[in-house]
Design a binder for this molecule. Structure first.
Ligand code: MRU
Length: 353
Protein backbone atom coordinates (compact mmCIF):
# COMPACT_ATOMS: atom_id res chain seq x y z
CA UNK A 1 0.00 0.00 0.00
CA UNK A 2 1.39 3.40 -0.95
CA UNK A 3 1.54 5.92 1.87
CA UNK A 4 1.49 9.70 1.61
CA UNK A 5 5.17 10.01 2.38
CA UNK A 6 6.01 7.34 -0.19
CA UNK A 7 3.44 8.60 -2.67
CA UNK A 8 5.35 9.22 -5.84
CA UNK A 9 2.31 9.65 -8.03
CA UNK A 10 2.90 11.15 -11.41
CA UNK A 11 4.61 14.50 -11.27
CA UNK A 12 2.89 16.88 -13.66
CA UNK A 13 5.81 19.31 -14.07
CA UNK A 14 9.47 18.21 -14.10
CA UNK A 15 12.44 20.51 -14.69
CA UNK A 16 15.11 18.26 -16.20
CA UNK A 17 18.02 20.70 -16.31
CA UNK A 18 17.79 21.66 -19.97
CA UNK A 19 14.01 21.92 -20.46
CA UNK A 20 10.60 21.18 -18.95
CA UNK A 21 8.97 17.76 -19.12
CA UNK A 22 5.24 18.28 -18.81
CA UNK A 23 2.81 15.42 -18.24
CA UNK A 24 0.12 15.65 -20.93
CA UNK A 25 -2.95 15.33 -18.69
CA UNK A 26 -5.27 15.25 -21.72
CA UNK A 27 -4.13 11.69 -22.42
CA UNK A 28 -4.73 10.30 -18.93
CA UNK A 29 -5.66 7.72 -17.81
CA UNK A 30 -4.92 5.83 -21.03
CA UNK A 31 -1.47 7.13 -21.78
CA UNK A 32 1.39 8.58 -19.73
CA UNK A 33 3.28 10.94 -22.01
CA UNK A 34 5.63 13.79 -21.10
CA UNK A 35 5.91 16.71 -23.54
CA UNK A 36 9.44 18.13 -23.73
CA UNK A 37 8.94 21.93 -23.69
CA UNK A 38 11.76 24.28 -24.60
CA UNK A 39 10.00 27.60 -25.21
CA UNK A 40 7.57 29.92 -23.46
CA UNK A 41 5.23 29.53 -26.47
CA UNK A 42 4.99 25.78 -25.92
CA UNK A 43 4.24 26.39 -22.21
CA UNK A 44 1.53 28.93 -23.15
CA UNK A 45 0.03 26.35 -25.50
CA UNK A 46 0.17 23.59 -22.86
CA UNK A 47 -1.67 25.80 -20.34
CA UNK A 48 -4.24 27.07 -22.86
CA UNK A 49 -5.06 23.59 -24.15
CA UNK A 50 -5.06 21.84 -20.74
CA UNK A 51 -1.99 19.63 -21.12
CA UNK A 52 -1.21 21.10 -17.69
CA UNK A 53 -4.17 22.24 -15.60
CA UNK A 54 -5.12 22.84 -11.96
CA UNK A 55 -4.37 26.20 -10.38
CA UNK A 56 -1.03 25.52 -8.61
CA UNK A 57 0.35 23.38 -11.47
CA UNK A 58 -0.47 26.13 -13.97
CA UNK A 59 1.48 28.60 -11.80
CA UNK A 60 4.47 26.26 -11.53
CA UNK A 61 4.54 25.59 -15.30
CA UNK A 62 4.27 29.32 -16.02
CA UNK A 63 7.21 30.09 -13.70
CA UNK A 64 9.36 27.69 -15.73
CA UNK A 65 7.88 29.24 -18.89
CA UNK A 66 9.38 32.59 -17.85
CA UNK A 67 12.77 30.89 -17.47
CA UNK A 68 12.49 29.25 -20.90
CA UNK A 69 11.42 32.49 -22.55
CA UNK A 70 14.27 34.55 -21.12
CA UNK A 71 17.20 32.15 -20.95
CA UNK A 72 18.56 33.09 -24.39
CA UNK A 73 18.44 36.84 -23.75
CA UNK A 74 21.82 38.34 -24.55
CA UNK A 75 23.61 41.60 -23.92
CA UNK A 76 22.68 43.41 -20.72
CA UNK A 77 20.84 42.50 -17.54
CA UNK A 78 18.36 45.28 -18.44
CA UNK A 79 17.57 43.55 -21.75
CA UNK A 80 17.09 40.25 -19.89
CA UNK A 81 14.77 41.93 -17.36
CA UNK A 82 12.68 43.32 -20.17
CA UNK A 83 12.43 39.85 -21.76
CA UNK A 84 11.40 38.38 -18.40
CA UNK A 85 8.61 40.96 -18.06
CA UNK A 86 7.41 40.49 -21.65
CA UNK A 87 7.42 36.69 -21.31
CA UNK A 88 5.48 36.88 -18.05
CA UNK A 89 2.89 39.24 -19.57
CA UNK A 90 2.51 36.90 -22.52
CA UNK A 91 2.05 33.80 -20.34
CA UNK A 92 -0.57 35.70 -18.31
CA UNK A 93 -2.83 35.64 -21.40
CA UNK A 94 -3.09 31.83 -21.44
CA UNK A 95 -6.02 31.35 -18.98
CA UNK A 96 -7.93 33.95 -16.92
CA UNK A 97 -9.44 32.34 -13.82
CA UNK A 98 -6.77 30.63 -11.71
CA UNK A 99 -5.05 33.42 -9.78
CA UNK A 100 -2.03 31.19 -9.06
CA UNK A 101 -0.94 31.86 -12.65
CA UNK A 102 -0.71 35.62 -12.02
CA UNK A 103 0.70 35.07 -8.53
CA UNK A 104 3.59 32.98 -9.90
CA UNK A 105 4.26 35.37 -12.80
CA UNK A 106 4.26 38.41 -10.48
CA UNK A 107 6.66 36.62 -8.17
CA UNK A 108 9.01 35.84 -11.06
CA UNK A 109 8.90 39.46 -12.25
CA UNK A 110 9.59 40.79 -8.77
CA UNK A 111 12.47 38.36 -8.26
CA UNK A 112 13.99 39.29 -11.62
CA UNK A 113 13.79 43.00 -10.78
CA UNK A 114 15.44 42.32 -7.41
CA UNK A 115 18.26 40.29 -9.03
CA UNK A 116 18.89 43.01 -11.59
CA UNK A 117 19.02 45.63 -8.82
CA UNK A 118 21.52 43.52 -6.87
CA UNK A 119 23.98 43.84 -9.75
CA UNK A 120 24.37 40.12 -10.51
CA UNK A 121 25.92 39.06 -13.82
CA UNK A 122 23.56 38.07 -16.64
CA UNK A 123 24.29 34.37 -16.10
CA UNK A 124 23.90 34.83 -12.34
CA UNK A 125 20.48 36.41 -12.87
CA UNK A 126 19.35 33.58 -15.14
CA UNK A 127 20.45 30.90 -12.66
CA UNK A 128 18.86 32.67 -9.69
CA UNK A 129 15.56 33.07 -11.55
CA UNK A 130 15.53 29.36 -12.37
CA UNK A 131 16.20 28.67 -8.67
CA UNK A 132 13.07 30.67 -7.83
CA UNK A 133 10.92 28.64 -10.24
CA UNK A 134 12.26 25.49 -8.59
CA UNK A 135 11.46 27.05 -5.18
CA UNK A 136 7.86 27.78 -6.24
CA UNK A 137 7.48 24.09 -7.07
CA UNK A 138 9.07 22.74 -3.89
CA UNK A 139 7.20 25.22 -1.66
CA UNK A 140 3.94 24.05 -3.22
CA UNK A 141 4.70 20.46 -2.25
CA UNK A 142 5.16 21.41 1.42
CA UNK A 143 2.13 23.73 1.29
CA UNK A 144 -0.07 20.91 0.01
CA UNK A 145 1.18 18.54 2.70
CA UNK A 146 0.27 21.10 5.38
CA UNK A 147 -3.18 21.63 3.83
CA UNK A 148 -3.65 17.86 4.10
CA UNK A 149 -2.60 17.85 7.76
CA UNK A 150 -5.11 20.60 8.64
CA UNK A 151 -7.92 19.14 6.52
CA UNK A 152 -7.53 15.78 8.15
CA UNK A 153 -8.71 17.30 11.47
CA UNK A 154 -12.14 17.52 9.83
CA UNK A 155 -12.44 13.86 8.89
CA UNK A 156 -13.03 10.73 10.94
CA UNK A 157 -12.59 7.07 10.23
CA UNK A 158 -15.40 5.68 8.08
CA UNK A 159 -16.58 9.00 6.63
CA UNK A 160 -17.75 9.37 3.05
CA UNK A 161 -16.30 12.44 1.31
CA UNK A 162 -17.29 13.81 -2.09
CA UNK A 163 -14.95 15.79 -4.32
CA UNK A 164 -15.41 17.54 -7.67
CA UNK A 165 -12.87 18.02 -10.48
CA UNK A 166 -9.20 17.22 -9.75
CA UNK A 167 -7.40 19.05 -6.98
CA UNK A 168 -4.84 16.30 -6.49
CA UNK A 169 -1.16 15.66 -7.04
CA UNK A 170 -1.68 16.14 -10.76
CA UNK A 171 -2.95 19.69 -10.20
CA UNK A 172 -0.10 20.67 -7.86
CA UNK A 173 3.55 19.85 -7.13
CA UNK A 174 2.47 16.84 -5.04
CA UNK A 175 -0.43 15.55 -2.87
CA UNK A 176 -2.90 18.16 -4.10
CA UNK A 177 -5.10 20.43 -2.03
CA UNK A 178 -8.52 18.77 -1.71
CA UNK A 179 -7.00 15.31 -2.20
CA UNK A 180 -4.07 15.77 0.22
CA UNK A 181 -6.09 14.66 3.30
CA UNK A 182 -7.01 11.42 1.53
CA UNK A 183 -3.35 10.50 1.10
CA UNK A 184 -2.56 11.44 4.71
CA UNK A 185 -5.62 9.53 5.98
CA UNK A 186 -4.42 6.45 4.18
CA UNK A 187 -0.96 6.82 5.72
CA UNK A 188 -2.49 7.04 9.20
CA UNK A 189 -4.85 4.12 8.75
CA UNK A 190 -7.98 6.31 8.66
CA UNK A 191 -10.45 4.76 6.22
CA UNK A 192 -12.25 7.37 4.14
CA UNK A 193 -14.61 6.55 1.30
CA UNK A 194 -14.04 9.04 -1.48
CA UNK A 195 -16.72 9.76 -4.09
CA UNK A 196 -15.41 11.50 -7.21
CA UNK A 197 -17.76 13.40 -9.51
CA UNK A 198 -16.78 12.67 -13.12
CA UNK A 199 -16.81 16.45 -13.76
CA UNK A 200 -18.21 17.19 -17.18
CA UNK A 201 -17.31 18.23 -19.79
CA UNK A 202 -13.56 17.48 -19.62
CA UNK A 203 -13.89 14.70 -17.02
CA UNK A 204 -11.07 15.73 -14.67
CA UNK A 205 -12.81 13.73 -11.93
CA UNK A 206 -13.04 10.52 -13.92
CA UNK A 207 -9.78 10.73 -15.83
CA UNK A 208 -7.57 12.28 -13.14
CA UNK A 209 -9.01 12.10 -9.61
CA UNK A 210 -10.24 8.50 -9.93
CA UNK A 211 -6.94 7.64 -11.60
CA UNK A 212 -4.56 9.13 -9.07
CA UNK A 213 -6.53 7.94 -6.02
CA UNK A 214 -6.86 4.44 -7.43
CA UNK A 215 -3.12 4.37 -8.23
CA UNK A 216 -2.40 5.22 -4.60
CA UNK A 217 -4.81 2.59 -3.26
CA UNK A 218 -7.33 5.09 -1.83
CA UNK A 219 -10.95 3.84 -1.70
CA UNK A 220 -12.58 5.85 -4.52
CA UNK A 221 -15.98 5.49 -6.20
CA UNK A 222 -16.68 7.34 -9.44
CA UNK A 223 -20.14 8.87 -9.97
CA UNK A 224 -21.66 11.01 -12.71
CA UNK A 225 -22.10 14.66 -11.72
CA UNK A 226 -25.88 14.30 -11.68
CA UNK A 227 -25.72 11.52 -9.06
CA UNK A 228 -24.32 13.70 -6.27
CA UNK A 229 -27.75 14.57 -4.82
CA UNK A 230 -28.88 10.98 -4.82
CA UNK A 231 -25.70 9.78 -3.12
CA UNK A 232 -26.06 12.52 -0.49
CA UNK A 233 -29.71 11.60 0.13
CA UNK A 234 -28.63 8.04 0.87
CA UNK A 235 -26.47 9.37 3.73
CA UNK A 236 -23.22 8.22 2.13
CA UNK A 237 -21.58 11.66 2.15
CA UNK A 238 -20.44 13.24 5.43
CA UNK A 239 -18.41 16.06 3.89
CA UNK A 240 -17.54 17.67 0.56
CA UNK A 241 -14.03 18.96 -0.17
CA UNK A 242 -12.98 20.75 -3.36
CA UNK A 243 -10.06 22.82 -4.59
CA UNK A 244 -10.38 26.30 -6.03
CA UNK A 245 -8.93 28.52 -8.73
CA UNK A 246 -9.53 31.78 -6.90
CA UNK A 247 -10.99 32.82 -3.56
CA UNK A 248 -12.30 36.40 -3.44
CA UNK A 249 -11.74 38.58 -0.35
CA UNK A 250 -15.29 37.85 0.88
CA UNK A 251 -14.82 34.06 0.65
CA UNK A 252 -16.67 33.50 -2.63
CA UNK A 253 -14.96 30.63 -4.39
CA UNK A 254 -14.39 29.99 -8.11
CA UNK A 255 -13.86 26.37 -9.02
CA UNK A 256 -14.62 23.92 -11.82
CA UNK A 257 -18.09 24.23 -13.29
CA UNK A 258 -20.54 22.18 -11.22
CA UNK A 259 -18.98 23.05 -7.86
CA UNK A 260 -21.78 25.53 -7.09
CA UNK A 261 -24.43 22.85 -7.65
CA UNK A 262 -22.57 20.50 -5.31
CA UNK A 263 -22.40 23.24 -2.64
CA UNK A 264 -26.15 23.89 -2.88
CA UNK A 265 -26.85 20.16 -2.62
CA UNK A 266 -24.52 19.88 0.38
CA UNK A 267 -26.35 22.71 2.18
CA UNK A 268 -29.73 21.11 1.41
CA UNK A 269 -28.52 17.89 3.01
CA UNK A 270 -26.78 19.55 6.00
CA UNK A 271 -23.36 18.39 4.80
CA UNK A 272 -20.26 20.59 5.43
CA UNK A 273 -18.69 22.03 2.28
CA UNK A 274 -14.93 22.57 2.56
CA UNK A 275 -12.56 24.33 0.17
CA UNK A 276 -8.83 23.56 0.25
CA UNK A 277 -6.24 25.93 -1.22
CA UNK A 278 -2.85 27.55 -0.71
CA UNK A 279 -2.61 31.24 0.20
CA UNK A 280 -1.50 31.87 -3.40
CA UNK A 281 -5.10 31.10 -4.48
CA UNK A 282 -6.61 33.76 -2.19
CA UNK A 283 -7.04 37.03 -4.05
CA UNK A 284 -7.72 39.86 -1.60
CA UNK A 285 -7.65 42.30 -4.54
CA UNK A 286 -10.89 40.82 -5.87
CA UNK A 287 -13.62 41.85 -3.40
CA UNK A 288 -16.28 39.31 -4.43
CA UNK A 289 -16.87 36.34 -6.70
CA UNK A 290 -18.85 38.23 -9.35
CA UNK A 291 -15.58 40.05 -10.21
CA UNK A 292 -13.63 36.84 -10.86
CA UNK A 293 -13.06 36.40 -14.63
CA UNK A 294 -14.66 33.16 -15.73
CA UNK A 295 -13.11 31.38 -18.70
CA UNK A 296 -15.44 30.22 -21.47
CA UNK A 297 -14.18 27.32 -23.52
CA UNK A 298 -14.94 25.85 -26.93
CA UNK A 299 -18.39 24.42 -27.64
CA UNK A 300 -16.73 21.24 -28.94
CA UNK A 301 -15.87 20.21 -25.37
CA UNK A 302 -19.61 19.64 -24.96
CA UNK A 303 -20.79 18.74 -28.47
CA UNK A 304 -17.99 16.35 -29.43
CA UNK A 305 -15.83 15.80 -26.39
CA UNK A 306 -13.19 13.11 -26.88
CA UNK A 307 -13.94 12.88 -30.62
CA UNK A 308 -17.54 11.64 -30.47
CA UNK A 309 -20.36 13.93 -31.60
CA UNK A 310 -23.06 13.96 -28.92
CA UNK A 311 -25.13 17.00 -29.96
CA UNK A 312 -26.62 18.27 -33.22
CA UNK A 313 -24.40 20.35 -35.53
CA UNK A 314 -24.88 24.08 -35.00
CA UNK A 315 -26.67 23.87 -31.64
CA UNK A 316 -26.09 26.87 -29.34
CA UNK A 317 -23.74 26.03 -26.46
CA UNK A 318 -22.73 27.78 -23.22
CA UNK A 319 -19.50 26.37 -21.80
CA UNK A 320 -18.08 28.25 -18.79
CA UNK A 321 -15.13 26.33 -17.32
CA UNK A 322 -15.79 27.56 -13.78
CA UNK A 323 -18.57 28.76 -11.51
CA UNK A 324 -18.61 30.78 -8.30
CA UNK A 325 -19.88 29.37 -5.03
CA UNK A 326 -21.11 32.20 -2.77
CA UNK A 327 -19.43 32.29 0.63
CA UNK A 328 -22.62 31.41 2.53
CA UNK A 329 -22.30 27.85 1.17
CA UNK A 330 -18.68 27.49 2.32
CA UNK A 331 -18.24 25.91 5.77
CA UNK A 332 -14.48 26.49 5.95
CA UNK A 333 -11.44 27.18 3.80
CA UNK A 334 -8.40 25.04 4.58
CA UNK A 335 -4.99 26.56 3.90
CA UNK A 336 -1.39 25.73 4.82
CA UNK A 337 -1.82 28.13 7.76
CA UNK A 338 -4.88 26.35 9.12
CA UNK A 339 -8.67 26.22 8.89
CA UNK A 340 -10.46 29.52 8.20
CA UNK A 341 -14.12 29.87 9.14
CA UNK A 342 -16.62 32.71 8.53
CA UNK A 343 -16.70 35.67 8.57
CA UNK A 344 -14.32 35.21 5.63
CA UNK A 345 -14.03 38.94 4.83
CA UNK A 346 -12.35 39.33 8.25
CA UNK A 347 -10.58 35.99 8.68
CA UNK A 348 -9.00 35.61 5.23
CA UNK A 349 -7.20 38.94 5.71
CA UNK A 350 -5.70 37.69 8.98
CA UNK A 351 -3.84 34.95 7.07
CA UNK A 352 -1.68 37.60 5.43
CA UNK A 353 -0.92 39.67 8.54
O1 MRU B 1 -9.83 23.58 -15.90
P1 MRU B 1 -8.94 22.99 -14.82
O2 MRU B 1 -8.78 21.52 -14.95
O3 MRU B 1 -7.62 23.73 -14.75
O4 MRU B 1 -9.72 23.27 -13.47
C1 MRU B 1 -9.12 22.85 -12.27
C2 MRU B 1 -9.95 23.11 -11.06
O5 MRU B 1 -11.02 23.66 -11.13
C3 MRU B 1 -9.34 22.70 -9.75
O6 MRU B 1 -10.33 22.29 -8.85
C4 MRU B 1 -8.59 23.90 -9.14
O7 MRU B 1 -7.68 24.41 -10.07
C5 MRU B 1 -7.87 23.53 -7.89
S1 MRU B 1 -6.42 22.53 -8.21
C6 MRU B 1 -5.66 22.28 -6.72
Amino acid sequence: MTTASEYAGLQSVIWVGTHLDLLDQRLLPEEVLYLPLETSESVWDAIKHLAVRGAPAIGIAAAYGVVLGSRHAEGSVEAWLQTVNETADYLATSRPTAVNLFWALDRMKARAAQLAAEGLSLEGCKQALLDDAIAIQSEDEETCRLIGVHALELFEDGMGVLTHCNAGGLATAKYGTALAPFYLAQERGIALKVFADETRPVLQGARLTAFELQQAGVDVTLICDNMAGMVMSKGWINAVIVGTDRVAANGDVANKIGTYSVAVLAKAHGIPFYVACPLSTIDLNTPSGDLIPIEERHAEEITEGFGKRTAPQGVKVFNPAFDVTPNEYVTAIITEKGIVRPPFNVNLKKLFE
